[in-house]
Design a protein around this ligand. Structure first.
Ligand code: UDP
Length: 329
């Protein structure tokens, strides 16, 4: 009998790639999303296929799905600093109430649950590179607090279900990831730079561009998540590419890749923007035998080719999701 997997945030960037991976392996995939930031375009190729079901549902409300369930992957959440500013309460609710509902569902169904945590649990880190045993430096009342604290709570309640109820749980701490299907206008640096290059605008560097990030290609991340889900390791695991780069160098790479003749312009650094970020992946190497395989050069090319296929309308649209209706005027 087919294994069944519930994937929340299924119409989002990471969720949709996970749907492809597990559907491709013969799973019955139950895809759930409330489409606030997700886009059905990301999974429309799976609609109508046997063994693929879509549920338009907000997981911060009671979750029910029919039949047996072997795995739950909780990937529903806004995931960019601009989103947290626009929809802070939904961000908090999906990480806290949503996680609680899904843990309850997993317990009821006897399923194994993996949650998408984040390098944001380390905040603006004082330990570099970040190891899983670092507790972090998070400002709970800053603009990123709604995401960071929801994810920290998510880890805590997941661990409590593991220790108290004996639920099988997995926690992946995801570092900056990129690839096709990222939302063009979510404010993240890669779609921002590529969108600007494609529209013939200058590239906006926040601050002096000396802050660092380490970018992982989505296929590598999906492989790491798959290995973690199949492992018996309940402690948090960093998954990311340790190849660290400054944002200024990153802008130069995008300029070279796209051939844009525009320049970079400097804007204010957002509050609490982490100065440096690089995953220590010793645990993933040891426990999962996982390392990233796709170089930035290779991954950026695939991602740029994807963004080039977007229509002019997509390119100039402010948002191609429906969260405007959730924002109080
Ligand atoms: N950033 C930038 N220009 C932009 C968008 C982002 O310089 O147009 C910077 C941002 O300040 C941060 C880095 O790029 O230092 C990565 O930002 P992103 O929002 O992608 O992710 P996060 O800060 O959550 O790692």
């Amino acid at each position: 009998m087919k294994k069944s997997i519930l994937i929340t945030g299924a119409a989002g960037f990471l969720g949709s790639h996970l749907c492809d991976r597990f559907y491709g392996e013969g799973y019955r995939v139950l895809a759930m999303d409330n489409l606030i930031t997700g886009d059905l375009k990301n999974i429309e190729h799976l609609f109508g296929k046997e063994g693929f079901e879509f549920y338009n549902h907000d997981v911060s409300k009671f979750v029910h799905v029919p039949g047996k369930l072997d795995y739950v992957l909780h990937f529903a959440s806004p995931a960019s600093p601009i989103d947290y500013l626009k929809i802070p309460i939904q961000t908090l609710k999906v990480g806290s109430l949503g996680t609680h509902n899904l843990l309850g569902l997993a317990k009821d169904k006897g399923a194994r649950m993996l949650i998408a945590s984040t390098s944001e649990v380390y905040g603006d880190p004082h330990v570099h590179p970040q190891t899983e045993d670092y507790f972090g430096n998070v400002n709970p009342v800053g603009p990123r607090g709604v995401y960071d604290e929801a994810k920290r709570f998510q880890e805590a309640i997941t661990m409590a279900y593991h220790t108290y109820h004996g639920l099988q749980t997995r926690i992946v701490r995801i570092f900056n990831t990129y690839g096709p299907r990222m939302r063009l206008n979510d404010g993240r640096v890669l779609p921002a730079f590529i969108g600007q290059a494609l529209r013939g605008e200058d590239l906006t560097i926040f601050g002096d561009g000396s802050q660092t990030r380490s970018f992982c290609y989505v296929d590598d991340l999906v492989e790491g998540i798959h290995r973690l889900l199949m492992s018996d390791y309940a402690q948090p695991v960093n998954i990311g590419n340790p190849d660290e780069i400054t944002i200024k160098e990153f802008a130069e790479e995008i300029i070279k890749l796209t051939g844009t003749t525009q320049k970079v312009i400097y804007q204010d650094l957002p509050k609490d923007d982490p100065k440096q970020r690089q995953p220590d992946i010793t645990v993933a190497k040891k426990i999962l035998d996982w390392t990233p395989k796709v170089s930035r050069q290779e991954g950026l090319k695939i991602t740029y080719d994807y963004f080039k296929t977007l229509t002019k309308e997509d390119l100039y649209k402010k948002e191609h999701n429906s969260f405007e209706k959730y924002i109080k005027k």
